[in-house]
Design a binder for this molecule. Structure first.
Ligand code: UDP
Ligand code: MG
Length: 336
């Protein structure tokens, strides 16, 4: 396994050498007070036995119960346990994003706080990463949730996501996943998008695979989600797909639609003229003039929106000095 490296920034700022852990475990936590003690015990009993340096970052997502107090007490005993506490509840995706932002490890493993994932799967995830994968996604093959309302719906949703994204996984929703820090440090997550990290990563050229993991029924508390999540996930997928394919050239989408609309408007106009001149029917008696006018306006509007979108994209890339590509490796050259 890779040796821990020294964080040069920390060295420069503090004058002392702060070793970077190899593994960062990130855990989103919202009202899980009953689960936290078992979670810490189970997690550390695994992490203490594997031969690697690690940190555990718990993100308290505005819990209203005693989760934070309990975490605080655990953190006093274990310096590897770090806590990021939100001012209010921002949702699991924001919590995961914060975890990624604060993680120092080369490998990031995300896991649920509710004891449904099993930390004993972490060593297997790590050895899979050692085989050279950038993302290893857990697959709750024997999922212990409500049969129809959760498992069936999620199976259908997973199928749809696979089809639309072109990234074949059985279980996007499983939080237990491992990522190479490099691959995820630049993803920005909104809505329900944490489950799409493997898709993003794969589109960026990362090597993604999946691995069956254990799953347990929820012991304490209840799930924070209902059926409405399925709709959110599908809508988020549309956004992700659009942004991936067309983000850099939105005019192709808006402009393409606009040109199509203008072309149909032109054809309707010709049809009107044909009716008038050849068939001798007055076009005022048909809905065609309205149709032609609407299509014309929609076409022009779409083209203009495409131009606006192009300006937005330029602002995005140029103001933040972003690149429209992502580099895996640079050889014989000093990376900036
Ligand atoms: N979670 C969170 N913020 C939220 C909702 C959930 O941090 O607003 C955490 C929650 O504490 C748990 C994980 O996200 O650790 C998954 O939530 P849950 O178990 O309710 O989802 P399910 O397993 O039912 O899909
Ligand atoms: Mg759960």
């Amino acid at each position: 396994m890779t040796q821990p490296t020294i964080d040069s920034r920390a060295t420069a700022e503090t004058g002392s050498e702060v070793p970077k852990p190899y593994l960062s475990v990130i855990i989103p936590i919202y009202n899980e007070e009953e689960s936290v003690p078992d979670l810490c015990r189970n997690l550390f009993s695994v992490l203490d036995t594997i031969d690697t340096t690690f940190e555990v970052i718990c993100i308290n997502d505005g819990s209203k119960d005693k989760s934070l107090e309990i975490l605080r007490a655990e953190a006093a005993l274990r310096p590897e346990l770090k806590i990021v506490s939100f001012r209010r509840n921002y949702g699991q995706t924001a919590a995961m994003m914060a975890g990624i932002d604060h993680a120092a490890g080369e490998i990031i493993v995300s896991i649920d706080a509710d004891l449904q994932n099993d930390p004993r799967d972490i060593p297997a995830l790590l050895s899979k990463m050692d085989e050279g994968y950038d993302v290893v996604s857990g697959w709750r093959k024997d999922r212990q949730d409500a049969a129809i309302r959760r498992n069936f719906v999620s199976r259908v949703a997973n199928r749809i996501i696979s089809k639309i994204s072109g990234v074949e996984l059985h279980d996007y929703g499983c939080t237990l996943k491992a990522y190479r820090h490099d691959v995820v440090k630049d993803v920005r997550l909104y809505g329900e998008m944490h489950r799409f990290i493997p898709i993003y990563a794969s589109w960026m050229g990362a090597r993604v695979c999946e691995m069956p993991v254990r799953h347990h029924a929820r012991k304490f508390g209840k799930s924070k989600y209902g059926l409405e999540r399925v709709a959110k996930v599908i809508l988020d997928l549309l956004v992700v797909k659009f942004l991936d394919r067309h983000f850099v050239k939105p005019i192709y989408v808006f402009g393409g639609f606009g040109m199509l609309s203008l072309a149909v408007s032109g054809m309707v106009t010709l049809w009107m003229l044909w009716l008038k001149i050849v068939a001798g029917i007055s076009m005022i008696e048909t809905p065609l003039p309205i149709l032609a006018a609407i299509l014309f306006l929609v076409g022009v509007q779409s083209l203009l929106m495409g131009l606006l979108a192009e300006m937005l994209v330029r602002t995005y890339f140029e103001s933040q000095n972003r690149r429209s590509y992502s580099v895996r490796e640079i050889i014989n050259m000093v990376e900036d």
